[in-house]
Design a protein around this ligand. Structure first.
Ligand code: SF4
Length: 344
């Protein structure tokens, strides 16, 4: 099967699979949602039909797991898509039974943030909605119920807006995965037109912004998006989001050794946050081969968190889950290349 049926209506499924009886489309859709990925295992369908569907379409999945890596808090899958592209997605566990899917929205990314491994790939292509939604299905096949979703994998989700919204609708669909919109978080590097579009829609999804620095010069050096959409424009867009959605925003602050951990950086962050209902999520940078940054020292981390505490800034610190398997923020990238798979 070249394209997943996940994003399709039952009418479309019936048409595409040439089903005589429309209710069979519903059976197939529900089988897939419940984790049955092979036509031959949908035993409520006649045998002859199962055989025809298998012969014509192969599997119900359009992607294939080509690599799996895990540590005690995360499982990362590399998925081979029908055009030979490879993307990665991660299932994160909080250790208390809550599972979160981290999904990619693009193959590569055009934004080129200097601290991010995916940014080194450039944009290869956008994913379509079914490719985004199928990552969730692949992660549920690992066996645990997943209740939360973050669009924080490869790519800048808000530059692939229509596919992202279609995927969100699919994942939210009541007769499907039925994930609450409130349990979905869209992550952006600060792509202002996308934030504004999202505000206008008024969806009750959450927003996380990779801020990294509240100083324009520093941010422009590290994040190209800031050269087009500097901090004042970003802040305006966030205020507007909050005006429409009334939701607390997460500011992801990747701590880069010697760059954004001093007192003046904390003070600028405080100024940026004035008027925003936001929580800061500190993420000490994880080393990535070929990227010229250093991990913050424990002393820098303690110093910065001490400043934030003194200023009364709400923050959490995330020792990135999935660090050991390169599934942490900004680390989903080229580790699995097509050649690795076909030349082994
Ligand atoms: S941090 Fe996000 S937006 Fe920036 S290059 Fe990486 S994937 Fe793209």
């Amino acid at each position: 099967m070249r394209k997943s049926i996940l994003t399709e209506s039952c009418v479309q499924i019936a048409e595409e699979l040439r089903l005589d009886k429309p209710f069979q489309a519903k059976i197939i859709y529900h089988a897939l949602i419940s984790g049955i990925t092979e036509f031959e295992n949908i035993t409520s369908l006649p045998k002859a039909l199962r055989e025809r569907l298998k012969a014509e379409h192969g599997s119900l999945l359009s992607s294939k797991v080509v690599r799996k890596a895990e540590d005690d808090s995360a499982v990362k899958l590399a998925l081979l898509l029908s055009d030979g592209s490879i993307i990665e997605c991660v299932r994160l566990s909080d250790g208390k039974g809550r599972y979160t899917a981290c999904l990619s929205s693009q193959v590569g990314c055009a934004m080129g943030c200097a601290f991010c491994s995916t940014g080194t790939m450039g944009l290869i292509r956008n994913l379509d909605a079914s490719e985004i939604a199928e990552q969730f299905l692949q992660l549920t096949l690992l066996g645990e119920p997943i209740t939360h979703i973050v669009f924080m994998g490869m790519g800048e989700a808000l530059t692939n807006f229509t596919a992202l919204m279609d995927a969100i609708n699919t994942l939210h669909r009541e007769d499907g995965f039925n994930i609450s919109l409130r349990r979905m978080t869209i992550s952006t590097c600060g792509y202002v037109p996308g934030i504004r579009r999202l505000s206008e829609l008024g969806l009750p999804v959450r927003l996380a912004v990779s801020l990294v620095s509240a100083d324009d010069d520093t941010r422009s050096r590290i994040m190209r998006v800031n050269r087009t959409y500097p901090l004042d424009q970003l802040k305006d867009a966030l205020l507007s989001f909050q005006h429409h959605q009334d939701k607390r925003i997460t500011l992801e602050y990747c701590l880069l050794g010697g760059i954004n951990t001093d007192r003046s950086s904390a003070e600028k962050l405080r100024m940026f946050m004035k008027g925003l209902d936001a929580v800061v999520n500190l993420i000490p940078w994880n080393p990535v081969d070929g990227l010229d940054f250093t991990m913050p020292s424990e002393r820098e981390i303690q110093g910065f968190t001490g400043e934030l505490r003194r200023m009364g800034i709400n923050f959490t610190i995330r020792r990135s889950k999935g660090q050991n398997i390169a599934g942490a923020c900004g680390q989903l990238a080229t580790e699995t290349k097509r050649e690795d798979i076909f030349h082994k």
